[in-house]
Design a protein around this ligand. Structure first.
Ligand SMILES: C[S@@+](CC[C@H](N)C(=O)[O-])C[C@H]1O[C@@H](n2cnc3c(N)ncnc32)[C@H](O)[C@@H]1O
Length: 433
């Protein structure tokens, strides 16, 4: 049997994403055993990151557009263009393998077309790349038009930089479990292992690695000295103002990064309840808790259906890290550019408001609820909190006094940072009166 053709695998994954099925994470998980997994992964991420630019180049190389039924062929051509533009793979290998992939995709008739398009690109490369530089910024920004429009409208002064940063490769950030070692001591451990790193500037527990590496290479990872978590998320426990004896609810908890950080930050909570929708989602939380030697109560439930899971005991602190458009973490999940649609953002607001309104009844008077999202779209963030405050007679917005992020009407927004900066993230703190 012939070995699997990695370009055909990439084309099929991208085609699935364009049809709105699955995510890069779920599709790639099925190909981990492939010999060329790194090439598959790199190509999938790269194509998603630069999809709009590559699609624009492809359209200039085709005499007539491909039929919509030829989506995987289009994805194959785009994958070939990406590899020719960005990867250090011999051009003849890219062309030969991409042409063979047409047969694997059961489109042997397209071999000539694939060959001609890729060779044509190489022939006219300088001209094509120059025309691209001269083309509209909308193409170079490589974001879907609807998202560009929303960012330009909602963040007129920052939209260009936001999109530029979204197109970068994300940093690998660690959270130091300060129960084991201080950040300063752990930085020394890294230096002893010749891992270049520097402390984060916003969160006391954050460390940026100069280069990402497998967790198995990180000293003390298996022993729970550190976790992988973006710096923005590490700002949560101090904002919650935790203290001994409190009952804390983490309502949308999987994979449990914030649950674990809450428990690392305050060891004497009376209870920490972590909820997510399914048992499968809880498995990830359980694994993280076990590695870190922490304990929480886990519950599979729809947090917005309070009557199905709540025993009536009030919580002093609630974290609602709500499901959202994830537009603040596009650099980590560039498939969001292909998957997300404007109507999703509307549907998410409904879910977010539902969760917030339902969970509010579980909060002790005087208690705090922290609403957070990894979105940078105002309707999911400050506008959503504004709508909630209008409908509630016992909720008060507590400002967040901090020197990071952008102060918004009802919260604080971090915009996606550069190579060594945090994800885009929104925080709003509410007190029950
Ligand atoms: C942004 S992620 C949470 C990330 C998590 N807080 C962390 O830091 O690791 C949102 C989570 O909300 C969960 N979710 C969505 N709707 C929910 C609901 N109605 N009840 C409980 N969990 C929900 C999703 O399954 C998803 O795991």
């Amino acid at each position: 049997m012939n070995p699997p053709n990695s370009r055909a695998i990439v084309a099929n994954i991208l085609s699935e994403l364009l049809s709105g099925h699955g995510s890069l994470t779920t599709h790639l998980a099925k190909h981990k055993e492939q010999d060329e997994f790194s090439l598959i992964q790199e190509s999938c991420y790269g194509v998603c990151r630069w999809f709009n630019v590559l699609e624009h180049i492809l359209s200039g190389l085709l005499n007539k557009p491909l039929k919509t039924s030829e989506q995987n062929l289009k994805c194959l051509l785009i994958c070939g263009l990406y590899q020719l533009r960005e990867l250090d793979v011999a051009e003849y290998a890219v062309i030969n393998e991409t042409v063979s992939a047409a047969t694997v995709l059961k489109k042997p008739w397209a071999k000539g077309l694939v060959n001609a398009v890729l060779r044509n690109y190489l022939r006219k490369k300088d001209e094509i790349e120059q025309a691209l530089v001269d083309s509209a910024p909308a193409v170079l920004q490589a974001h879907p038009q609807w998202l560009q429009n929303q960012l330009n409208k909602q963040w007129p002064d920052d939209a260009g930089l936001i999109m530029q940063n979204n197109n970068l490769r994300p940093p690998m950030t660690l959270r130091v479990n300060q129960v084991h070692k201080s950040r300063k001591d752990y930085l020394e451990v890294l230096a002893d292992s010749s891992i270049q790193a520097k402390p984060g500037e916003l969160a006391e527990s954050a460390i940026y690695l100069e280069k990402p590496c497998p967790v198995s290479d990180i000293p003390g990872f298996a022993e729970g000295w550190v976790s992988v978590q973006d710096e923005a998320s590490q700002l949560i426990p101090p904002l919650l103002q935790l203290s001994a004896g409190q009952r804390v609810l983490d309502a949308c908890a999987s994979p449990g990064g914030k649950t674990c950080h809450i428990l690392e930050s305050e060891h004497s909570l009376t209870e920490c309840l972590a909820i997510d929708l399914t048992e499968t989602k809880l498995v990830r939380i359980k694994e993280n808790l076990e590695r870190l030697g922490l304990k929480a109560t886990l519950l599979a439930a729809d947090a917005s259906e309070v009557s199905s899971w709540w025993d009536g005991k009030m919580f002093d602190r609630i974290l609602l890290d709500a499901p959202c458009s994830a537009t603040g973490i596009i650099r980590r999940h560039p498939d969001i550019k292909l998957l997300r649609k404007p109507e999703d953002v509307k549907a998410l607001q409904h879910i977010q408001l539902n969760l917030l309104s339902a969970l509010w009844q579980c909060l002790e008077p005087g208690g705090l609820l922290l609403y957070s999202t990894c979105s940078i779209l105002r309707p999911e963030n400050e506008e959503l909190i504004g709508r909630f405050l209008e409908s509630s007679d016992n909720a008060k917005y507590e400002g967040i006094a901090a020197d990071w992020g952008v102060e918004c009407r009802f919260g604080r927004q971090l915009l996606p940072g550069g190579n060594q900066g945090p994800d885009g993230f929104f925080f709003s703190l509410l007190r029950k009166t």
